[in-house]
Design a protein around this ligand. Sequence first.
Ligand code: GRF
Length: 214
Amino acid sequence: MQTDRPEATKPARLAVLVSGSGSNLQALIDALESQQLPGAQIVLVVSNKADAYGLQRALKHRLPALYLPWKQRAQSEQQLVALLRLFEVDLIVLAGWMRIFSAEFIEQFPRRIINLHPALIPDDGSGATFTSSDGSIIPVFRGMHAARQALEAGVKITGSTVHYVTPEVDAGPMLCRQEVPILTGDTEDKLQERIKQVEHSLIVEAVQLWMRTA
Ligand code: GRF
């Protein structure tokens, strides 16, 4: 029998980790404020940079926002774990977070850390190539400056992926992704900006998907 019951989701107390402008954090804040993420809330925003604009965005919306210096990884990770436990965080969203976590840190939060990466990553996260919707085989651009890497490689399609974080950088299983065409005359900035436009809905979709995953 069909019922009108909404699809079950688990509650999600989110920590959003940022290092820069935080436009994707803003997309999450906007989605929460417009009821697109029922059952979710941002309980903590952390930045490794004191001047990250993402912290200002959080404070404007009265969200707890902390600067956590990142000089010595083991120590900073310990402090972060304590914060995440204190704020009873269910899901850690890396939205422009520019620090690499140790395997020990990641293993404490299995399937509870997701990362937004501005390139196309295969379903299982592994491998050196990705087959796009038009059938072209493109390299997987991991690490820094993914948009620049795509331009330099001369590919016609790139995109963005939200994936689970595993010890291998930008190589965890995919939650969702979207392609972005590369246009004639694209510069790194222009392309990165168009990727971000796509990311602002992708990051919201990723949290929705995570909440529906048992
Ligand atoms: C995004 O493009 C994301 O894919 C990458 O860093 C950028 C963060 O942008 N990891 P913002 O700080 O959310 O504006």
